[in-house]
Design a protein around this ligand. Structure first.
Ligand code: ACO
Length: 325
């Protein structure tokens, strides 16, 4: 098996900023409630001509530049998204065409907020076995397109963005250990009920507002902390490392209270946890992806550091990846 590492990162955030003050004018909420309950101050909203592939392409170009790799050098493109441009073809194929990555095999992964971690681990398998050499993995979401802007319990939480990583064989370090988990018995806690084969789009599904995110946030909250702690402990044990060996945790950015409860249980000081939720809210698969990119850009990740990616989301699904940078 070959060692696999991340050799380039990139991100793209739409220009439009929606603040908590803006939301106060749209639904019965307050900056105080949103800040104390979630840690979110503002989020980005894609323009009407920006779809998931557009965000992904911008993030991918930055990651390819960072990796010093031409699009033709890609053998594999995996896009993690729950807001694809359309049901089919895959958003990965649309990204491929735009980049001119004509040698790449392309497909999407649906693993909600854990999508970027899932995609990294899938890409790692192909590279480790020598099937493919260079992979582009992108978490991209236009959650504003499936957000019910009349529902205060969800609309304050989500935002749009994309983050990308290029994976390749590395001589030293790289991905040390990985873990994925799923529990479909909790699928009802977070879903978009219509638009698939169960409830195809009709006037009735639109009138019932079934094409929007429905979430039982409270129930997810209860599982989230335990899932993230258990997942972190599993990958650390597999790698023969302790929490104190971790230089930086890049968690899924669903709620700052979930993240800080996780850090406390793991015995990690808050300065070893990277946050961007304040600026962007929950961007599903794009949250861990952009957080990783920004941590690199601001110098929070240095060569030799031990990095823990830890995410969970609708499914429920979860996953973690321990990386020596
Ligand atoms: N502004 C003001 N009040 C609000 C708002 C709002 N935006 N939203 C809800 N409330 C009210 C509720 O109506 C309720 O009022 P009541 O007590 O009078 O009934 C009160 O605030 C408390 O509501 P809760 O839902 O209990 O609030 P909680 O503290 O649980 O916070 C939250 C809600 C932020 C959604 C939290 O439960 C959470 O973060 N859950 C996890 C979400 C998550 O991780 N999702 C998975 C990833 S997303 C993905 O996979 C796409």
């Amino acid at each position: 098996m070959k060692k696999v590492g991340i050799i380039g990162v990139g991100e793209y955030l739409p220009k439009k900023i929606l603040t908590n003050a803006d939301l106060e004018k749209m639904v019965d909420t307050s900056d105080e409630w949103i800040t104390t309950r979630t840690g979110i101050k503002e989020r980005r909203i894609a323009s009407s001509h920006e779809a998931a592939s557009d965000l992904a392409i911008n993030a991918a170009k930055e990651a390819l530049k960072d990796a010093r790799l031409k699009p033709q050098g890609l053998d594999l493109i995996i896009i993690a998204t729950i807001t694809p441009d359309m049901q089919f073809p895959s958003t990965a194929c649309l990204v491929q065409a735009n980049l001119g990555a004509k040698n790449a095999v392309c497909f999407d992964i649906s693993a909600a907020c854990a999508g970027f971690v899932y995609a990294i681990i899938v890409a790692q398998q192909f590279i480790a076995r020598g099937t493919y050499k260079n992979a582009l993995v992108v978490g991209t979401e236009v959650l504003s397109s499936i957000t019910d802007w009349d529902d205060r319990s969800t609309c304050v939480l989500f935002g749009d963005g994309a983050g990308a990583a290029v994976l390749s064989e590395v001589k030293s370090g790289g991905i040390l250990s990985t873990y994925l988990g799923s529990d479909g018995s909790m699928a009802n806690l977070l879903m978009m009920p219509a638009g698939g084969s169960r409830n195809p789009a009709t006037h009735k599904t639109i009138d019932k507002r079934l094409h929007y995110i429905k979430m039982e946030g409270n129930e997810i909250f209860k599982s989230a902390v335990k899932i993230m702690v258990d997942t972190a402990q599993i990958v650390l044990k597999q790698a023969g490392l302790k929490c104190s060996d971790v230089d930086l945790v890049i968690p899924h950015q669903a709620n700052v209270r979930i993240i800080m409860a996780m850090a406390k249980r793991l015995g990690l000081p808050s300065d070893r946890v990277f946050l961007n939720i304040e600026k962007y809210g929950n961007m599903s698969s794009a949250s861990t992806a952009t957080a990783l990119c920004e941590a690199v850009k601001v110098g929070r990740i240095k060569k030799g550091d031990i990095i823990l990616l830890d995410a969970f989301g609708a499914g429920l699904v979860w996953g973690a990846c321990l990386i020596k940078w």
